[in-house]
Write a protein that binds this ligand. Structure first.
Ligand code: ASP
Ligand code: MG
Length: 403
Protein backbone atom coordinates (compact mmCIF):
# COMPACT_ATOMS: atom_id res chain seq x y z
CA UNK A 1 0.00 0.00 0.00
CA UNK A 2 1.81 3.08 -1.28
CA UNK A 3 -0.71 5.88 -0.71
CA UNK A 4 -4.11 6.60 0.75
CA UNK A 5 -5.57 6.06 -2.72
CA UNK A 6 -4.10 2.58 -2.72
CA UNK A 7 -5.57 1.99 0.74
CA UNK A 8 -8.99 2.99 -0.61
CA UNK A 9 -8.42 0.46 -3.39
CA UNK A 10 -7.68 -2.27 -0.85
CA UNK A 11 -10.84 -1.32 1.03
CA UNK A 12 -12.90 -1.67 -2.16
CA UNK A 13 -11.38 -5.09 -2.81
CA UNK A 14 -12.02 -6.26 0.73
CA UNK A 15 -15.60 -4.96 0.62
CA UNK A 16 -16.16 -6.93 -2.58
CA UNK A 17 -15.25 -10.20 -0.83
CA UNK A 18 -17.31 -9.34 2.23
CA UNK A 19 -20.33 -8.39 0.11
CA UNK A 20 -20.12 -11.83 -1.52
CA UNK A 21 -20.75 -13.38 1.90
CA UNK A 22 -17.22 -14.20 3.05
CA UNK A 23 -15.92 -13.54 6.53
CA UNK A 24 -12.74 -11.55 5.95
CA UNK A 25 -9.64 -10.89 8.03
CA UNK A 26 -7.09 -8.55 6.45
CA UNK A 27 -3.43 -8.46 7.45
CA UNK A 28 -1.74 -5.41 5.94
CA UNK A 29 1.93 -4.70 5.82
CA UNK A 30 3.34 -1.19 6.34
CA UNK A 31 2.98 1.40 3.57
CA UNK A 32 5.71 1.00 0.93
CA UNK A 33 9.12 2.14 2.07
CA UNK A 34 7.93 2.78 5.61
CA UNK A 35 9.78 -0.06 7.34
CA UNK A 36 13.02 0.97 5.61
CA UNK A 37 12.43 4.56 6.69
CA UNK A 38 11.91 3.51 10.30
CA UNK A 39 15.05 1.35 10.32
CA UNK A 40 16.94 4.33 8.83
CA UNK A 41 15.79 6.58 11.68
CA UNK A 42 16.87 3.99 14.23
CA UNK A 43 20.31 3.74 12.64
CA UNK A 44 20.78 7.50 12.73
CA UNK A 45 20.57 7.23 16.50
CA UNK A 46 22.33 3.91 17.07
CA UNK A 47 24.57 2.19 14.50
CA UNK A 48 23.54 -1.27 15.65
CA UNK A 49 19.99 -0.60 16.88
CA UNK A 50 18.94 -2.31 20.08
CA UNK A 51 16.65 -5.14 18.89
CA UNK A 52 13.84 -4.60 21.39
CA UNK A 53 13.68 -0.88 20.68
CA UNK A 54 13.97 -1.46 16.94
CA UNK A 55 10.85 -3.65 17.10
CA UNK A 56 9.07 -0.94 19.06
CA UNK A 57 9.82 1.46 16.20
CA UNK A 58 9.29 -0.87 13.22
CA UNK A 59 5.95 -2.18 14.42
CA UNK A 60 4.45 1.30 14.06
CA UNK A 61 4.39 1.03 10.25
CA UNK A 62 1.77 -1.70 10.38
CA UNK A 63 -0.15 0.04 13.13
CA UNK A 64 -0.70 3.02 10.84
CA UNK A 65 -1.78 0.73 7.98
CA UNK A 66 -4.43 -1.11 9.98
CA UNK A 67 -5.96 2.08 11.29
CA UNK A 68 -6.08 3.67 7.85
CA UNK A 69 -7.55 0.56 6.25
CA UNK A 70 -10.22 0.23 8.94
CA UNK A 71 -11.13 3.89 8.36
CA UNK A 72 -11.24 3.40 4.61
CA UNK A 73 -13.76 0.61 5.16
CA UNK A 74 -15.81 2.63 7.66
CA UNK A 75 -15.84 5.48 5.17
CA UNK A 76 -17.58 3.28 2.58
CA UNK A 77 -20.12 2.04 5.09
CA UNK A 78 -18.51 -1.26 6.08
CA UNK A 79 -18.19 -2.35 9.69
CA UNK A 80 -14.50 -2.83 10.43
CA UNK A 81 -12.16 -2.93 13.41
CA UNK A 82 -8.35 -2.91 13.59
CA UNK A 83 -6.00 -4.57 16.07
CA UNK A 84 -2.29 -4.46 16.79
CA UNK A 85 -0.65 -7.87 17.29
CA UNK A 86 -0.65 -7.60 21.09
CA UNK A 87 -4.36 -6.85 21.17
CA UNK A 88 -5.29 -10.15 19.49
CA UNK A 89 -2.94 -11.52 21.01
CA UNK A 90 -0.35 -12.95 18.61
CA UNK A 91 2.16 -14.47 21.01
CA UNK A 92 5.79 -14.85 19.94
CA UNK A 93 9.09 -15.75 21.53
CA UNK A 94 11.42 -12.92 22.56
CA UNK A 95 13.92 -13.04 19.70
CA UNK A 96 13.39 -9.44 18.68
CA UNK A 97 13.62 -8.62 14.95
CA UNK A 98 13.19 -12.31 14.07
CA UNK A 99 10.56 -13.56 16.51
CA UNK A 100 8.62 -16.75 15.95
CA UNK A 101 4.88 -16.99 16.43
CA UNK A 102 3.95 -19.36 19.24
CA UNK A 103 0.18 -19.01 19.51
CA UNK A 104 -2.72 -16.91 18.34
CA UNK A 105 -5.83 -16.34 20.40
CA UNK A 106 -8.75 -16.29 17.98
CA UNK A 107 -11.53 -15.52 20.48
CA UNK A 108 -11.92 -11.81 19.84
CA UNK A 109 -11.46 -12.11 16.09
CA UNK A 110 -14.02 -14.86 15.81
CA UNK A 111 -16.60 -12.88 17.80
CA UNK A 112 -16.05 -9.86 15.54
CA UNK A 113 -16.38 -11.96 12.39
CA UNK A 114 -19.57 -13.55 13.69
CA UNK A 115 -21.02 -10.12 14.31
CA UNK A 116 -20.37 -9.20 10.66
CA UNK A 117 -17.24 -7.11 11.12
CA UNK A 118 -14.25 -7.06 8.84
CA UNK A 119 -11.19 -7.56 11.06
CA UNK A 120 -7.88 -5.86 10.23
CA UNK A 121 -4.83 -7.22 12.08
CA UNK A 122 -1.36 -5.69 11.93
CA UNK A 123 1.09 -7.99 10.15
CA UNK A 124 4.76 -8.51 11.03
CA UNK A 125 4.25 -8.04 14.78
CA UNK A 126 3.43 -9.88 17.95
CA UNK A 127 3.98 -9.74 21.67
CA UNK A 128 6.15 -11.89 23.95
CA UNK A 129 5.24 -13.33 27.35
CA UNK A 130 6.47 -10.19 29.09
CA UNK A 131 4.36 -7.88 26.95
CA UNK A 132 7.21 -6.66 24.74
CA UNK A 133 6.34 -5.91 21.12
CA UNK A 134 8.23 -8.15 18.69
CA UNK A 135 8.56 -8.34 14.89
CA UNK A 136 8.91 -11.40 12.69
CA UNK A 137 11.74 -10.45 10.31
CA UNK A 138 11.57 -8.65 6.97
CA UNK A 139 8.62 -9.75 4.89
CA UNK A 140 7.04 -11.11 8.07
CA UNK A 141 3.51 -9.97 7.30
CA UNK A 142 3.28 -12.96 4.93
CA UNK A 143 3.88 -15.20 7.92
CA UNK A 144 1.38 -13.29 10.05
CA UNK A 145 -1.29 -13.75 7.38
CA UNK A 146 -0.73 -17.49 6.97
CA UNK A 147 -0.53 -18.04 10.74
CA UNK A 148 -3.78 -16.14 11.32
CA UNK A 149 -5.44 -18.10 8.50
CA UNK A 150 -4.25 -21.31 10.18
CA UNK A 151 -5.55 -20.24 13.60
CA UNK A 152 -8.95 -19.38 12.12
CA UNK A 153 -8.99 -22.43 9.84
CA UNK A 154 -9.67 -20.13 6.91
CA UNK A 155 -10.66 -21.60 3.54
CA UNK A 156 -7.79 -19.85 1.84
CA UNK A 157 -5.12 -17.27 2.55
CA UNK A 158 -4.80 -14.76 -0.30
CA UNK A 159 -1.50 -12.90 -0.43
CA UNK A 160 -1.80 -9.80 -2.59
CA UNK A 161 1.61 -8.66 -3.67
CA UNK A 162 3.44 -6.76 -6.40
CA UNK A 163 3.91 -9.85 -8.57
CA UNK A 164 1.01 -11.76 -10.07
CA UNK A 165 2.14 -15.18 -8.90
CA UNK A 166 4.99 -17.65 -8.72
CA UNK A 167 6.94 -18.12 -11.95
CA UNK A 168 8.97 -21.00 -13.35
CA UNK A 169 11.93 -18.68 -12.79
CA UNK A 170 12.57 -14.95 -12.47
CA UNK A 171 11.04 -13.33 -15.60
CA UNK A 172 13.80 -10.71 -15.49
CA UNK A 173 16.26 -13.49 -16.32
CA UNK A 174 14.14 -15.61 -18.65
CA UNK A 175 11.63 -13.58 -20.64
CA UNK A 176 9.36 -16.54 -21.39
CA UNK A 177 9.18 -17.69 -17.77
CA UNK A 178 5.62 -18.81 -17.12
CA UNK A 179 3.34 -18.24 -14.17
CA UNK A 180 2.50 -21.49 -12.39
CA UNK A 181 -1.19 -22.07 -11.66
CA UNK A 182 -0.28 -24.31 -8.76
CA UNK A 183 2.88 -25.23 -6.95
CA UNK A 184 3.21 -27.63 -4.03
CA UNK A 185 4.24 -26.16 -0.73
CA UNK A 186 7.40 -28.31 -0.71
CA UNK A 187 8.46 -26.87 -4.06
CA UNK A 188 7.58 -23.40 -2.88
CA UNK A 189 9.62 -23.92 0.26
CA UNK A 190 12.65 -24.90 -1.81
CA UNK A 191 12.14 -21.96 -4.14
CA UNK A 192 11.64 -19.51 -1.28
CA UNK A 193 14.75 -20.68 0.55
CA UNK A 194 16.71 -20.77 -2.71
CA UNK A 195 16.19 -17.11 -3.28
CA UNK A 196 12.84 -16.59 -5.03
CA UNK A 197 11.69 -13.83 -2.78
CA UNK A 198 7.97 -13.96 -3.48
CA UNK A 199 7.04 -14.97 0.07
CA UNK A 200 8.91 -15.06 3.36
CA UNK A 201 10.00 -18.71 3.62
CA UNK A 202 8.67 -19.06 7.13
CA UNK A 203 5.18 -18.30 5.80
CA UNK A 204 5.51 -21.25 3.43
CA UNK A 205 6.59 -23.51 6.31
CA UNK A 206 3.47 -22.43 8.18
CA UNK A 207 1.26 -23.07 5.17
CA UNK A 208 2.74 -26.56 4.91
CA UNK A 209 2.61 -27.46 8.58
CA UNK A 210 -0.94 -26.23 9.09
CA UNK A 211 -2.19 -27.10 5.62
CA UNK A 212 -3.35 -23.60 4.73
CA UNK A 213 -4.13 -23.29 1.02
CA UNK A 214 -2.34 -20.08 0.12
CA UNK A 215 -2.68 -18.09 -3.07
CA UNK A 216 -0.21 -15.47 -4.28
CA UNK A 217 -1.89 -12.89 -6.50
CA UNK A 218 -1.47 -9.36 -7.78
CA UNK A 219 -2.46 -6.33 -5.76
CA UNK A 220 -2.22 -4.19 -8.91
CA UNK A 221 -5.38 -5.44 -10.62
CA UNK A 222 -8.66 -3.52 -10.66
CA UNK A 223 -10.10 -3.96 -7.14
CA UNK A 224 -13.52 -4.52 -8.68
CA UNK A 225 -12.29 -7.41 -10.84
CA UNK A 226 -15.09 -10.02 -10.79
CA UNK A 227 -14.65 -12.17 -7.72
CA UNK A 228 -14.60 -15.51 -9.55
CA UNK A 229 -11.83 -14.24 -11.81
CA UNK A 230 -9.80 -12.93 -8.91
CA UNK A 231 -10.30 -16.15 -6.94
CA UNK A 232 -8.76 -18.17 -9.80
CA UNK A 233 -5.85 -15.83 -10.52
CA UNK A 234 -2.26 -16.00 -9.30
CA UNK A 235 -0.61 -19.17 -8.05
CA UNK A 236 -2.14 -21.56 -5.54
CA UNK A 237 0.31 -23.18 -3.14
CA UNK A 238 -1.30 -26.55 -2.59
CA UNK A 239 -0.59 -30.04 -1.37
CA UNK A 240 0.80 -32.78 -3.53
CA UNK A 241 -1.90 -35.30 -2.66
CA UNK A 242 -4.60 -32.74 -3.49
CA UNK A 243 -3.36 -32.04 -6.98
CA UNK A 244 -4.62 -34.84 -9.17
CA UNK A 245 -3.27 -33.22 -12.30
CA UNK A 246 -0.34 -34.68 -14.15
CA UNK A 247 2.68 -33.11 -12.42
CA UNK A 248 5.51 -31.71 -14.48
CA UNK A 249 8.83 -33.28 -13.50
CA UNK A 250 10.40 -29.88 -12.90
CA UNK A 251 8.36 -26.91 -11.70
CA UNK A 252 10.97 -24.22 -11.58
CA UNK A 253 14.56 -23.03 -11.66
CA UNK A 254 15.63 -21.14 -8.57
CA UNK A 255 18.90 -19.31 -8.12
CA UNK A 256 20.89 -17.43 -5.59
CA UNK A 257 23.48 -15.02 -6.94
CA UNK A 258 25.17 -14.15 -3.68
CA UNK A 259 27.01 -17.24 -2.55
CA UNK A 260 30.59 -17.73 -1.42
CA UNK A 261 32.72 -20.86 -1.23
CA UNK A 262 35.43 -21.63 1.29
CA UNK A 263 37.94 -24.49 1.02
CA UNK A 264 40.21 -25.69 3.79
CA UNK A 265 43.13 -27.53 2.22
CA UNK A 266 45.23 -30.30 3.68
CA UNK A 267 43.31 -31.09 6.84
CA UNK A 268 44.38 -34.25 8.71
CA UNK A 269 41.62 -36.81 7.99
CA UNK A 270 40.57 -37.98 11.44
CA UNK A 271 37.36 -38.04 13.50
CA UNK A 272 36.10 -34.57 14.35
CA UNK A 273 37.41 -32.76 11.26
CA UNK A 274 34.03 -31.50 10.11
CA UNK A 275 33.09 -30.58 13.64
CA UNK A 276 36.28 -28.62 14.26
CA UNK A 277 35.82 -26.67 11.05
CA UNK A 278 32.08 -26.03 11.18
CA UNK A 279 31.74 -25.72 14.97
CA UNK A 280 33.42 -22.29 15.13
CA UNK A 281 31.46 -21.20 12.05
CA UNK A 282 28.17 -22.12 13.74
CA UNK A 283 29.31 -20.42 16.96
CA UNK A 284 29.73 -17.24 14.92
CA UNK A 285 26.08 -17.63 13.85
CA UNK A 286 26.97 -18.17 10.19
CA UNK A 287 24.69 -20.43 8.22
CA UNK A 288 26.40 -23.06 6.09
CA UNK A 289 24.70 -24.46 3.01
CA UNK A 290 26.51 -26.95 0.74
CA UNK A 291 29.29 -29.11 2.21
CA UNK A 292 31.81 -31.41 0.55
CA UNK A 293 34.63 -33.43 2.07
CA UNK A 294 37.04 -34.89 -0.46
CA UNK A 295 38.45 -38.41 -0.53
CA UNK A 296 41.60 -38.32 1.60
CA UNK A 297 45.06 -38.71 0.10
CA UNK A 298 48.02 -39.58 2.38
CA UNK A 299 45.90 -38.98 5.47
CA UNK A 300 44.94 -35.44 4.38
CA UNK A 301 41.68 -34.18 2.97
CA UNK A 302 40.13 -30.96 1.64
CA UNK A 303 36.90 -29.61 3.00
CA UNK A 304 34.66 -27.16 1.15
CA UNK A 305 31.44 -25.41 2.14
CA UNK A 306 29.35 -22.43 1.11
CA UNK A 307 27.95 -19.46 3.01
CA UNK A 308 25.99 -16.46 1.83
CA UNK A 309 28.23 -13.76 0.38
CA UNK A 310 27.34 -11.28 3.11
CA UNK A 311 28.93 -13.58 5.67
CA UNK A 312 31.99 -14.49 3.63
CA UNK A 313 34.46 -12.10 5.26
CA UNK A 314 33.32 -13.10 8.73
CA UNK A 315 33.58 -16.82 7.91
CA UNK A 316 37.08 -16.39 6.44
CA UNK A 317 38.21 -14.58 9.58
CA UNK A 318 36.82 -17.36 11.79
CA UNK A 319 38.66 -20.02 9.77
CA UNK A 320 41.95 -18.16 9.65
CA UNK A 321 41.67 -18.05 13.42
CA UNK A 322 41.32 -21.83 13.82
CA UNK A 323 43.48 -22.89 10.86
CA UNK A 324 46.61 -23.84 12.79
CA UNK A 325 44.58 -25.50 15.54
CA UNK A 326 42.96 -27.89 13.04
CA UNK A 327 46.29 -28.42 11.30
CA UNK A 328 45.10 -27.23 7.88
CA UNK A 329 47.60 -26.19 5.22
CA UNK A 330 45.62 -23.22 3.92
CA UNK A 331 42.20 -21.64 3.53
CA UNK A 332 40.97 -20.57 0.10
CA UNK A 333 37.88 -18.56 -0.72
CA UNK A 334 35.83 -17.56 -3.71
CA UNK A 335 33.10 -14.99 -3.23
CA UNK A 336 32.03 -14.89 -6.88
CA UNK A 337 29.91 -17.99 -7.08
CA UNK A 338 26.16 -18.54 -7.52
CA UNK A 339 23.81 -21.42 -6.95
CA UNK A 340 21.31 -22.67 -9.51
CA UNK A 341 18.70 -25.28 -8.63
CA UNK A 342 16.06 -27.25 -10.48
CA UNK A 343 13.04 -27.97 -8.28
CA UNK A 344 10.16 -30.37 -8.77
CA UNK A 345 8.22 -32.98 -6.80
CA UNK A 346 8.06 -34.99 -10.03
CA UNK A 347 11.73 -35.85 -9.48
CA UNK A 348 10.67 -38.40 -6.90
CA UNK A 349 9.22 -40.59 -9.62
CA UNK A 350 11.48 -39.74 -12.55
CA UNK A 351 15.07 -40.69 -13.21
CA UNK A 352 17.52 -38.78 -15.34
CA UNK A 353 16.88 -35.23 -14.15
CA UNK A 354 20.42 -34.85 -12.84
CA UNK A 355 22.01 -36.12 -16.05
CA UNK A 356 19.80 -33.81 -18.13
CA UNK A 357 20.85 -30.90 -15.96
CA UNK A 358 24.56 -31.75 -16.12
CA UNK A 359 24.43 -32.31 -19.89
CA UNK A 360 22.87 -28.87 -20.37
CA UNK A 361 25.56 -27.21 -18.29
CA UNK A 362 28.31 -29.09 -20.07
CA UNK A 363 26.94 -28.10 -23.49
CA UNK A 364 27.14 -24.47 -22.36
CA UNK A 365 30.71 -25.01 -21.15
CA UNK A 366 29.75 -24.23 -17.56
CA UNK A 367 31.92 -25.83 -14.91
CA UNK A 368 30.17 -27.26 -11.83
CA UNK A 369 31.99 -26.44 -8.59
CA UNK A 370 29.71 -28.25 -6.14
CA UNK A 371 26.53 -30.30 -6.26
CA UNK A 372 23.89 -30.97 -3.64
CA UNK A 373 20.55 -32.72 -3.86
CA UNK A 374 17.37 -33.37 -1.93
CA UNK A 375 14.39 -35.51 -2.91
CA UNK A 376 12.90 -32.68 -4.94
CA UNK A 377 15.82 -30.49 -6.01
CA UNK A 378 19.29 -30.55 -7.51
CA UNK A 379 21.55 -27.57 -6.87
CA UNK A 380 24.87 -26.72 -8.47
CA UNK A 381 27.36 -24.06 -7.55
CA UNK A 382 28.91 -22.28 -10.53
CA UNK A 383 30.93 -19.18 -11.37
CA UNK A 384 28.60 -16.19 -10.96
CA UNK A 385 29.29 -14.95 -14.47
CA UNK A 386 27.48 -17.98 -15.94
CA UNK A 387 24.47 -17.87 -13.66
CA UNK A 388 21.97 -16.28 -16.03
CA UNK A 389 23.19 -18.42 -18.91
CA UNK A 390 22.69 -21.55 -16.80
CA UNK A 391 19.18 -20.51 -15.75
CA UNK A 392 18.15 -19.79 -19.34
CA UNK A 393 19.62 -23.02 -20.69
CA UNK A 394 17.98 -25.15 -17.98
CA UNK A 395 14.63 -23.40 -18.42
CA UNK A 396 14.79 -24.43 -22.05
CA UNK A 397 15.98 -27.99 -21.45
CA UNK A 398 13.09 -28.69 -19.10
CA UNK A 399 10.66 -26.92 -21.46
CA UNK A 400 9.34 -24.75 -18.65
CA UNK A 401 7.96 -22.18 -21.06
CA UNK A 402 5.39 -24.77 -22.21
CA UNK A 403 2.23 -25.49 -20.25
N1 ASP B 1 6.77 -4.16 6.80
C1 ASP B 1 7.60 -5.30 6.98
C2 ASP B 1 8.79 -5.27 6.03
O1 ASP B 1 8.91 -4.35 5.26
C3 ASP B 1 6.86 -6.59 6.87
C4 ASP B 1 6.37 -6.92 5.48
O2 ASP B 1 6.35 -6.09 4.59
O3 ASP B 1 5.96 -8.06 5.27
O4 ASP B 1 9.61 -6.15 6.06
MG1 MG C 1 5.99 -8.29 1.73
Amino acid sequence: MGSTDRIKNVAARVAKWHDAGHQVVVVPSAMSGETNRLIGLAKEIMGQPDPRELDMICSTGEQVSVGLLAMALLAIGKDAVSYAGWQVAIKTDSSFTKARIQSIDDTKVRADLDSGKIVIIAGFQGVDDDGNISTLGRGGSDTSAVAIAAALKADECLIFTDVDGVYTTDPRVVSDARRLKTVTFEEMLEMASLGSKVLQSRSVEFAGNYRVPTRVLSSLTDPLLPLAEEAASGTLISFEEDTNMEQAVISGIAFNRDEAKITILGVPDKPGVAYHILGPVADANIEVDMIIQNQSVDGKTDFTFTVSRGEYAKAMAVLEGVRSEIGAASVLGDAKVSKVSVVGVGMRSHVGVASQMFRTLSEEGINILMISTSEIKISVLIDEKYMELAVRALHKTFELEKV
